[in-house]
Design a protein around this ligand. Structure first.
Ligand code: ADP
Ligand code: MG
Length: 250
């Protein structure tokens, strides 16, 4: 198999003596939609925090395209193209939808736009910003304040501001959390579309979404990898059923 685009080896995180993540090995193949699932408290969000270095691992190494990034800081990691979405801080509520995406397009990570800080130069980002907003279905909301968008449309805007960074690997932590059926369908299609040409790693509780999108599923329980494979394969695994599926459908 080719070198994984993102990998963890022996990843551990201990909080005050409690092992939240234990000896996790993870290999994410380039171009995959790779889902992390498991019961609440399994360590999924902690793993995302470790992979993006929002937390320092207690042990283990992290590799991006074969390079050891364990000692990088979160900004270095974003610069490399490993970007986490669905963080509240990724949009500015008082600014318009269009302005939010223009700002994302000229963030420091985007070296070619580094010197283009003047408002007039920002205008030159209108066309790419509008194109991104069309892709996420917000072309009709360009001049609305981000704060005034519905919850589902805020999620779409967050996806647009993340895509503006042109991440090679995008990490999504529970992208469907709090969404209604319509929005779940819409964001599912959006993730499928935006996954073309990049890698997506997602933590998701909605198993219908996982089965519809993921090529590979890693099941975590109590900080450890319980199973890994295609959705059908892990869903049929008795250990997974008792640890996860059973509780999820109880
Ligand atoms: P998941 O995302 O799978 O629901 P988390 O990664 O959020 O699980 O949490 C895994 C375990 O680690 C939980 O028991 C949680 O209480 C604990 N935990 C997470 N973050 C911290 C922290 N900053 N300090 C102490 N314990 C934490
Ligand atoms: Mg979580």
């Amino acid at each position: 198999m080719s070198t994984p685009v993102l990998a963890a080896r022996g990843l551990c995180k201990v909080f005050n003596g409690f092992a939240a993540v234990s000896e996790v090995d993870l290999s994410v193949q380039a171009g995959a939609i790779h889902a992390l699932i498991g019961p609440n408290g399994a360590g999924k969000s902690t793993i995302f925090n470790l992979l993006t270095k929002f937390l320092n691992p207690s042990a283990g190494r992290i590799f991006f395209k074969g390079e050891d990034i364990t000692d990088d800081d979160p900004a270095d990691i974003a610069q490399r193209g490993l970007v986490r979405s669905f963080q509240i801080s990724s949009t500015f509520p008082h600014l318009s939808v269009l302005h939010n995406v223009r700002l994302a397009l000229q963030r420091p990570q985007k070296v070619s736009f580094r010197f283009w800080r003047h408002e007039r130069c920002l205008d030159s980002l209108d066309a790419p910003a509008q194109e991104l907003l069309r892709r996420v279905g917000l072309e009709g909301a360009l001049h609305m304040r981000a704060a005034d968008l519905s919850y589902g449309r805020k999620r779409a805007l967050e996806l647009a501001t993340t895509l503006a960074l042109e991440p090679e690997v995008m990490l999504l932590d529970e992208p469907m959390a709090g969404l209604g059926r319509e929005d779940i369908h819409r964001i599912t299609e959006l993730i499928r579309e935006t996954a073309r040409g990049r890698t997506v790693v997602m933590v998701e509780h909605n198993l219908k979404v996982v089965s519809a999108l993921a090529n590979t599923v890693t099941v975590l329980a109590r900080g450890r990898v319980l199973a890994e494979g295609g959705y059908e394969e892990v869903a049929a695994n008795p250990a997974v059923r008792s640890a996860y599926m059973g509780s999820a459908h109880a």
